[in-house]
Design a protein around this ligand. Sequence first.
Ligand SMILES: Nc1ncnc2c1ncn2[C@@H]1O[C@H](COP(=O)(O)OP(=O)(O)OP(=O)(O)O)[C@@H](O)[C@H]1O
Ligand SMILES: [Mg+2]
Length: 133
Amino acid sequence: MDQNSCVTIQKEWDIVGARQLGREFSKKVGFGTVDQARIATAISELARNIYLYAGNGRVCFEIIDNVERKGMCMIATDTGPGIKNISQVMEDGFTTMGGLGAGLPGVKRLMDEFDIQSEVDKGTTIRATKWLR
Ligand SMILES: Nc1ncnc2c1ncn2[C@@H]1O[C@H](COP(=O)(O)OP(=O)(O)OP(=O)(O)O)[C@@H](O)[C@H]1O
Ligand SMILES: [Mg+2]
């Protein structure tokens, strides 16, 4: 299997495509159905944020396979408006667009590792990892 693959997010339908690709990828890495669903949900939240707030961007998947452990990570990148206050958007219920504000805190809970890099007017990169156990 390919070590990584990417999907461009440009239109609303791409969110569905990212979710499906992510689920297939996680299955090939060896995750069970419950983790596949968690990973697919995390991907669709990140893809939806890209679509809503940045307009376009991409989500890539990478397999991590080293001596100690195996897993996968997703990297969501855009060159949109960026996030001014990262600790604020990680609070449950914080939204600027009338959403539930559950997306990013939810992704953090669904995955094992989570990291946001963002700069106003430059864009946002979110990396989230899940380990096989
Ligand atoms: N890629 C992004 N670029 C710019 N701002 C973002 C991006 N992703 C999230 N944000 C900001 O972070 C806020 C919180 O995002 P989060 O996904 O947690 O909630 P939401 O999208 O508002 O609602 P929900 O996902 O529950 O429908 C958003 O309202 C938005 O202001
Ligand atoms: Mg969201």
